[in-house]
Design a protein. Sequence first.
Length: 140
Amino acid sequence: MDNPKRSTCWLYFRLNRAWFINGLETLALGITMILSNNFIDRPPDFVMHIDEPMFSIPVVTVGLYVIISSFHYLRGLNQKLVTFLPLFIWTFYFLMFLFHDIAMMQVIGIVHFSPNFTTMISFIIIIKILLEAFWSNPDW
């Protein structure tokens, strides 16, 4: 006979699979920032520091938290943290990537704005988080 607690975890995982993927994306962002030296190495100065451990380690921690939480019933504070923390992180990094793209436009002398892939993909992840937060589970 199957362990009821184990099957409950898998049931919650099936319900929260989008949050699990979101946790993996956030974890991958943090690991990428930790492993890559100078991910962003050009102006503006305040953007150059977002790949330092001071920023990267909390991103990895939030990614792991969201992954672990996706195996449980999301309600109350846990539900709010799983929604807000990745949304905050991805919005922060989207703005930093956007500021970097705008500053590089001025440094290189490009006439028209051309966002980088990291800027566009972070914006798409923000949209995905918002859609999942508002329409994934009707009892939220």
